[in-house]
Design a protein around this ligand. Structure first.
Ligand SMILES: Cc1cc2nc3c(=O)[nH]c(=O)nc-3n(C[C@H](O)[C@H](O)[C@H](O)COP(=O)(O)OP(=O)(O)OC[C@H]3O[C@@H](n4cnc5c(N)ncnc54)[C@H](O)[C@@H]3O)c2cc1C
Ligand SMILES: NC(=O)c1ccc[n+]([C@@H]2O[C@H](COP(=O)([O-])OP(=O)(O)OC[C@H]3O[C@@H](n4cnc5c(N)ncnc54)[C@H](O)[C@@H]3O)[C@@H](O)[C@H]2O)c1
Length: 451
């Protein structure tokens, strides 16, 4: 039975741990799929490459508001798809070769714990002094009558389809529905979104979620507050039957995309057999240095945290790397500020408390909302729907949260993330910094000055 100093399970964010500091150790990595994990192969990176193409098509169509008249030929799905995956697909083989060339054993079968710190990988059983579990998450498919007997896609497969469908029904109203709704609608598909909640992107600040739902209803058919009763196969596609607040609905479409959340892969790893404590959602429980309940076993990324965001997994892997190298000087994630963005149209970005969460927790707050339309660049864009919202503490004037909907939101929010992370007040970041005129960042400046 091979014994290692260090074994990493999952070559997504876990693959970032290696470095020359580990060169003197006997190391292995286990990856049954593709190196780069979800983010590179079927998540953040390819989806944003599709989003940028969708943005280009949408921008051209919307340019008439500026006096620029353009027509968009049907988007060539295969060209977009092949451009995306020609860039991504070769990376797996080069990553495997790179690890092997550097003396790291690469196992290509699924790993399962059979006992604490004893792993079954294909026909091999391996042990190690130290394990890092970074096996990620996968799409959660809900238990809906008929779903198991119709063809459907998840985010794992939808980006590799042969052609964009004439009509697409999306089950779910979160990140993936918002991003792929934008992509397929911009590429010419007739999109219907079926969402359990009363609005799309329910986790966002209510004002943002309401604005986005209103804007999305102009592009897609929205069925909100839906309880899906059945899914059936129909000639040329699928049929979904549901009950919404306003009665029963039946939708037919050529293709079905299911994006109703993700679940951690701890079950596939048999984390329980490995002695690893799990929470009620199947996440591996760690302390804030990412140590699990088994000494010598660490865990990070989607299998651990509920944020399921790549920048969180990256930050955790930097902390775990430090902790493996400095067991007497353990670090925690220094920065608890967890921002995110939804790359839909318009973009959405958020950090910290939402207004509804502040109310629910009884947190005192000041709030300001500034429209893009109040700034010179907002005029140039002819934007009528974007805004920046900031919540601040009325006593120490620290920033509690920020929420932006509109073009470039994911970029515009960065100074506010910075301020929250570094403990700057709304006044410091609003008054003591020069904002370039007439950039869109003036909307952020104005929201801060209004507090
Ligand atoms: C469509 C989509 C778009 C996204 N867009 C964004 C975005 O824009 N921004 C953002 O921050 N986040 C985004 N995310 C989330 C982001 O991809 C994840 O949070 C991130 O990839 C998690 O990294 P990880 O290393 O924990 O897991 P993964 O990257 O999933 O890596 C886990 C690896 O473990 C392997 N594995 C699984 N089981 C085993 C086993 N038993 N033994 C060994 N290996 C195993 C898997 O094959 C996989 O390669 C997106 C996700 C999706 C699905
Ligand atoms: N830009 C980004 O950072 C990005 C992009 C895509 C995905 N992600 C990550 O991937 C995760 C998964 O994305 P997701 O969109 O699948 O999940 P999500 O958690 O964002 O949204 C799930 C949605 O499905 C709805 N839903 C659940 N069950 C349903 C049912 N039976 N019928 C109808 N609706 C139902 C929920 O109301 C919710 O709106 C995200 O939470 C996020 O962490 C991030």
């Amino acid at each position: 039975m091979p014994h290692y100093d260090l074994v990493i399970l999952g070559a997504g964010s876990g693959n970032m741990l290696f470095g020359e500091e580990f060169a003197h150790l006997r190391c292995a990595i286990v990856e049954p799929g593709r190196f780069g994990g979800t983010c590179l192969n079927r998540g953040c990176i390819p989806s944003k490459m599709f989003v940028v193409a969708a943005d280009a098509a949408e921008e051209a169509r919307a340019a008439a508001r500026l006096g620029v008249h353009a027509t968009v030929e049907p988007v060539d799905w295969k060209t977009v798809r092949d451009r995306v995956f020609r860039r991504i697909d070769p990376l797996h083989d080069s990553a495997v070769d790179y690890r092997r060339d550097n003396g790291i054993d690469v196992y290509s079968e699924e790993a399962r714990f059979v006992a604490p710190k004893v792993l079954q990988v294909g026909a091999e059983r391996i042990t190690a002094d130290t394990f890092v579990v970074s096996v990620g998450s996968r799409p959660l498919v809900p238990d809906i009558p008929g779903l198991d007997s119709v063809p459907f896609h998840t985010s794992d497969t939808i980006m590799r389809i042969e052609d964009s469908p004439a009509s697409l029904v999306i089950l779910g109203g979160g990140f993936i529905a918002a991003e792929f709704g934008h992509v397929f609608s911009a590429f010419g598909s007739d999109v219907t979104i079926i969402q359990r909640g009363p609005r799309l992107l329910m986790a966002e600040d209510e004002q943002v979620s309401e604005r986005f739902t209103e804007l999305a209803s102009r592009r897609h058919r929205l069925l909100l507050g839906a309880t899906v009763a059945a899914v059936e196969r129909r000639p040329g596609g699928v049929e979904v039957s549901m009950t919404c607040a306003d009665g029963d609905h039946v939708v037919q479409a050529e293709m079905l995309l299911v994006c109703t959340g993700r679940r951690p892969n701890s079950d596939r790893l048999d984390a329980a057999a490995g002695g690893l404590e799990l929470d009620g959602h199947g996440h591996i429980v760690t302390d804030n240095s990412y140590r699990t309940s088994v000494p010598g076993v660490w865990a990070l990324g989607d299998v651990v945290n509920h944020f399921q965001l790549k920048h969180m997994a990256n930050a955790e892997s930097r902390v775990v790397r430090h902790n493996l190298l400095h067991p007497d000087d353990l670090r925690t994630l220094s920065n608890k500020v967890a921002p995110h963005a939804v790359f839909t149209s318009p973009q959405i970005a958020s950090v910290g408390l939402t207004e509804q969460e502040a109310r629910r927790r009884g947190v005192e707050y000041l709030v300001s909302v500034r429209d893009y339309a109040d700034t010179a660049y907002g005029w140039a864009l002819e934007d009528t729907t974007g805004f920046v919202k900031v919540l601040a503490d009325p006593h120490d004037r620290s920033i509690l949260g920020a929420h932006i909907i509109g073009p470039q939101a994911a970029t515009l929010i960065q100074p506010l993330i910075q301020a929250m992370s570094l403990g700057q007040t709304a006044d410091q970041v609003g008054r003591d910094v020069l904002y370039i005129h007439p950039a869109l960042t003036e909307a952020v400046e104005q929201a801060l000055l209004d507090l």
